[in-house]
Design a protein. Sequence first.
Lengths: 127, 545
Amino acid sequence: MKILLSKPGLDGHDVGVKVLAHGLIDAGFTVVYTGLRKTIEEIVDMAIENKVDIIGMSILSGTHLILAQKMKEVLAERKINIQWFVGGNIPAKHLEELRKMGASQAFPTGSKVSEVVDYFNSIKRTA
Amino acid sequence: MSDTKLKSTKRKTAKELNVKPVYLESGLEVNPVYTAEDVHPTDEEQEMPGEYPFTRGIHPSMYRNKPFTIRQYAGFASPEATNERFHFLIKNGQSGLNVAFDLPTQCGLDSDDPRAFGEVGRVGMTIDTLADFEIAFQNIDLDKITVSLTINGTAIILIAMYVAMAEKAGYDISKLRGTAQNDILKEFIGRGTWIFPVDKSVKLVVDTIEYCAAHVPKYSPVSVCGYHIRESGANPIQEMAYAFCIAKAYTDGALERGITIDDFASRLSFNFDIYGNLFEQVAKFRGGRRLWAKIIREEYGAKNENSCWMRMIAGGGGGGLTKEQPMNNIVRSAYYALISALSGTQTMALCSYDEAYTIPTEHSAEISLRTMQIMIHEMGICDTVDPLGGSYYVEALTNTFEEEIRKEMKTVEKWDGIINAVATGKIQASVSRQAYEREMGIQTGKVPKVGVNIYTREEESQEVEFHPYNQKAADDQIGKLKKIKESRNQEKVKHCLAIVKQEALENKNLMPSIIAAVKEYCTVGEIVSALKEVYGEFKEPIFFN
């Protein structure tokens, strides 16, 4: 299973996304990381180019709803069916909103690396 | 400490005492007990505070004379709100402010740039043009308030604006005070607001140093940040070592321009992180301060004592705070404040207890402030200089830290220096691996963290207080920018940007041409675009090891 981890928007806090990248690599997943400050269009391009199975977005600055909406729109415009998830400083009340926008999962601050790994293992099994 | 030496003394090793070995975050083993034999007798033993190499502090009387400065970090969305805040502070007798900027300003994008959508004014003040600076500082006496600009990637433009504003208002810039963070090398390691390739980014920092040394000598153009490097995963030894390597890189650049060390070194300051083991942090600062003094005097030949000072802001690090049982963070922060004072800091700032999951409320910010004030007024922390001086343990660890930081700096030299180590991503890869290992240590319970992996309780998860984005304020800012763009002298704008570009090509100091450009209301985004055409952009090296 190949996962694209991304940093959309301008937020430069990348400790969390890099910790997760290490965790997923150690758990046997293939990880592609976009680096900082990518637009949603650039992220989707990279997802297609690298033929990944799922896109992850890491956001700390509070722009998660705006960026998730954009992700939904860009995927719809390009008629691409790919799962995506969000991680970062996300209030509990936004988790449901993110799912409604099409996020397959959202991991707020305090989530453990093992929870994310378990989640990917579960979708790997159902795939 | 070698085992053979230990055997001849009364001290026993952990093994002899049948207790578990203990290792600091830096990897150093800690003895169960220390004695005079652990403190190598040197001349420094009789060293006094305020005396080279300043292990015990940079001033003879330290806080007895004046307590450390309290300077909390604050962001206000608009120049208008910032101006209001300045007036409020001055009325209340305060004299300094640490200004945060929004991400578009930090990354060199104007408010009307599509990439800035959703970010205008979100995490700090927006600056598109000099007009915003003029609003923020309206009716403020720049002789009375000192402003600290937390800006890096676009620091040369914002320092230019500050100087331009002062010049336009008729101030004598040779007396102008203030500071800028302006430490771009650490941005490549953590925080991430880099724009240009590493060598060009450093060139711009050196431009500001050279310009300020000649024209704005009381301004502190650079504050080197170990803080963000540690927050990105570096251990306390690496935090100091990388910060010193970075400070040396800027210093070397400045010297190449013909500035003398004594013209510049006393304006350099540091920003460090505090969390974790109390004694390790104190030794880190004492050993680091001694080493920095030696580097400046022995390697650079500084004559002035104050050139050798490791002046610092050392505050409680966000990295030690937890989302779980957040009230515990008040206690943690009080310890961090104590560490900072025991280490002889010049300036202190604490993270608020709720900072691990939200933007601090007024209430939580007040608790941070009171924490520091209680320490100053009730704990006797200001009465005696360097109260831990002479402790066998602290002195031994101080010596070890001086040696270990020096060793780590040699490692960076082996990577062909800090500029290369950052450009190739070597440092980023190694600290991010360490951040992962540390986080897994906490998540698996190997590294104890109260409320997280020990003494936990079932509790309602702390809700993140969400600050709704103020789209109207963003639209107002964009409207204001549009008006300025229409009303300025377009010919002069074009001409100024062409000169910035030309002088970048000719490798000249860009401060004068950027000051000229901002005076004609060229935007941050326009100046950054002109420079990108010459310098290109940094390409982030990505690998995990």
